[in-house]
Design a protein around this ligand. Structure first.
Ligand SMILES: [Zn+2]
Length: 346
């Protein structure tokens, strides 16, 4: 690896085509190198965002994800490979490793965690730009509350089926997510589990969001898009809703109410799609090697430094070192809780 003193040499080579682009230039590239972003959720959207920003030379990328890599991810989650899925590596770890293989000059900081009101300060504090790679509105409203409260920019990005949507939020200057949708959507809506997803829809949404991020980081604020943009790559549809002004009566950026940040009524156990239930962090550090010994008589078990998998027909439990667990094979919180209580502790 090159020492800092030699980095201009490497910079000339690696980023030469990007520096040539007049919107970036040498000054923009220096700003990218000195910048830091956080990506919350590293599935399909998060992978694409992290890949683009790492190759573009964003100096420090914090990657927060609660999940592990599975074979069904590989169709669209571009940072992962078959070996990651075979090992059930946490996505944050696998992503950081992959980024390091193509840009060793940047710092990728993985955090295997579920973003919650309790840990959001430590996970996102001090990062000036937050990118949404999540798949759920609970976390997006939490990010929106946090970003507005701390005056941090964030970029909402989502994709499902052949549809993608994105919004750049600069608190005080543009509409926030609650200006446009005061309440999280209620009831059932389509997810990647029910409607499937095209990898091209994800990559387009992430490409637009990554470009917005780069504009913000290099200070090209005039070029930012001030709309909620949605498109459908299959049906060739496109729509924009104006988002160029905060709404004075917005509960979040207008009246400064932050219920999601307060974590009011946040359940301890949540469904997380695809027939599984998550038991949130218990502040119960688990020694995975020891736990593996304990579980062996009761089913098939395997573990590495980051994750333990336990198969107990018809359930599959994935346990993380902080005590958090994802239990697959049920959507019944009581079943998941009892399995956890029986084998890990109540
Ligand atoms: Zn607002």
């Amino acid at each position: 690896m090159l020492a800092n003193g030699d980095s201009s040499l490497e910079l000339d080579e690696r980023y030469s085509r990007q520096v040539l682009y007049r919107g970036i230039g040498p000054e923009g590239q220096r700003k990218l190198t000195a910048s830091e972003v956080a990506i919350v959720g590293c599935g399909a959207t998060g992978s694409a965002l992290a890949g683009l920003l790492a190759r573009a030379g964003v100096g420090r990328i914090r990657i927060i994800d609660r999940d592990y890599v599975e074979a069904s991810n590989l169709q669209r989650q571009s940072l992962f490979d078959e070996a990651d899925a075979a090992e059930s590596l946490p996505k944050a770890i696998a992503a950081a490793r992959k980024l390091a293989t193509f840009n060793s000059q940047i710092i990728a900081e993985p955090a295997v965690a579920d973003l919650t009101p309790a840990n959001i300060d430590s996970l996102l504090g001090g990062v000036p730009l937050i990118l949404d790679g999540t798949d759920n509105f609970e976390t997006r409203y939490l990010i929106n509350d946090f970003a507005v409260k701390k005056s941090l920019s964030w970029i909402y990005t989502a994709a499902v089926g052949s549809y993608g949507v994105t919004l750049t939020v600069i608190p005080g200057q543009t509409a926030c997510m609650a200006c446009i949708f005061p309440e999280p959507p209620q009831g059932t809506f389509e997810t990647c589990e029910t409607a499937g997803i095209l990898n091209s829809a994800v990559n387009l949404a992430a490409s637009i969001a990554a470009t917005e991020a780069i504009k913000l980081l290099v200070g090209a604020t005039k070029q930012l898009r001030r709309t909620l943009l949605s498109f459908d790559v299959w049906w060739n549809e496109r729509a924009e809703i104006r988002a160029d002004n905060p709404r004075p009566e917005c509960p979040t950026c207008g009246r400064h109410q932050f219920p999601h940040l307060a974590g009011e009524g946040r359940p301890h156990i949540t469904l997380c799609g695809r027939n599984s239930v998550q038991i949130h962090e218990r502040n119960r550090p688990v020694d995975l090697a020891q736990m593996s010994q304990r579980l062996m008589p009761h089913g098939t078990v395997r573990h590495n430094d980051f994750v333990l998998k336990f198969w107990h027909e018809p359930y599959e439990m994935t346990l993380f070192p902080d005590g958090r667990a994802i239990i697959k094979g049920t959507t019944d919180a009581a079943v998941a809780r009892s399995l956890y209580a029986r084998y890990v502790g109540s």
